[in-house]
Ligand binder design. Structure first.
Ligand code: HEC
Length: 300
């Protein structure tokens, strides 16, 4: 079945396949002594380049469609924008090179142009690597079996969150990783290495929960940033006029304790190789996330 979001990953193969052919043909062209041979190889390169540019523009356009239509799970943002920037840059570079060649198609290519096409190829391949390896293979974006990215393990190394949303994205990644490890051990054979991996993620989760407890004001920074005209409005029902009972700082501090305790419970289960305990603790922790999202994030 063809969906709007799967057109982009189908199209990208064309420029990724054609651009190296163009670069190779130009490479052969600049090394030919005979003018006739150089002209023929240049023609082959030009043909592949123009085709690559056209498909790259289409792939970039559908890339923007995918970027807009997909829901982006927290914690993937940096790679999302690197991929988008790289894709737009690669398509623009290929299109500029193609226009240059069409304007001078009677002249054979020189070393400068060869270098430019190799540079463009590098941008294109890096962008393709980010899309295929980081976003699809690792993060499971737009993959149904990966819950469309929501079950992807963390993309950032454990560390101090840069703000509230970063903390949310990190917790999502770490909890997903623990859930996936526990699930793997339900289906496959439990192994020490898998328990150890789960323990590592549980420890990282604990660190973020503790950070959240120490920074209950982090949420209000999003509100203030938005009030200053930057960033999206926070998805929260507490914005403006919150009363005592629903003060977000109190709410966040309370939940941070629940999350921290949940993370320590996870860690203990992983360390004692208790698969049932690990599965239960992961479910309880996720229920904590769901509780706050229902009461704070999405409350009508
Ligand atoms: C204290 C309440 C609270 C708890 C507990 C909580 N969240 Fe959140 N979460 C929020 C709010 C509020 C937002 C919306 C922030 C915004 O849009 O500005 C949010 C947003 C998110 C996002 C989207 C981040 C982004 O970049 O847009 C993710 C992912 C997330 N939470 C995951 C989790 C996970 C996983 C847990 C449990 C380990 C959890 N949250 C626990 C309140 C909470």
């Amino acid at each position: 079945m063809v969906r709007l979001v799967t057109v982009h990953p189908a199209l990208v193969h064309l420029p990724i396949g054609l651009a190296p052919i163009a670069a190779l043909a130009y490479l052969v062209a600049v090394t030919r002594r005979s003018r006739l041979r150089a002209a023929r190889w240049t023609f082959a390169g030009d043909f592949a380049l123009v085709a690559a540019a056209l498909f790259a523009l289409a792939a970039a356009a559908f890339g923007l469609v995918s970027s807009d239509l997909l829901d982006w799970s927290g914690g993937l943002d940096r790679w999302r924008w690197i991929h988008l920037g790289g894709g737009v840059a690669a398509a623009a570079l290929l299109a500029s090179l193609a226009v240059l060649r069409l304007a001078r198609r009677r002249r054979p290519v020189g070393r400068g142009f060869l270098a430019a096409s190799l540079g463009t190829l590098a941008v294109l391949l890096f962008t393709g690597w980010v899309g295929g390896e980081v976003l699809v293979y690792y993060a499971g974006m737009a993959v149904r079996g990966g819950a469309l990215g929501t079950l992807s393990p963390p993309l950032e190394k454990p560390g101090t969150p840069s703000g509230f949303k970063d903390a949310m994205g990190r917790m999502r990644g770490e909890l997903s990783a623990v859930t996936a490890e526990a699930q793997r051990m339900v289906v496959e054979h439990p192994r020490d290495a898998t328990f150890n991996a789960a323990a590592g993620h549980a420890a990282a989760l604990e660190q973020v929960a503790d950070w959240l407890g120490e920074h209950p004001e982090s949420f209000e920074k999003i509100e203030r940033k938005h009030e200053r005209g930057r960033g999206r409005p926070p998805e929260v029902a507490l914005v403006g006029g919150h009363d005592e009972a629903t003060d977000p700082e109190v709410e966040i501090a309370n939940y941070a304790v629940i999350l921290g305790d949940g993370a320590r419970e996870l860690l203990a289960a992983a360390r004692s190789h208790d698969l049932m305990g690990l599965s239960l603790a992961a479910g309880r922790l996720r229920a904590g996330c769901a509780g706050c999202h229902e009461s704070v994030r999405w409350r009508p």
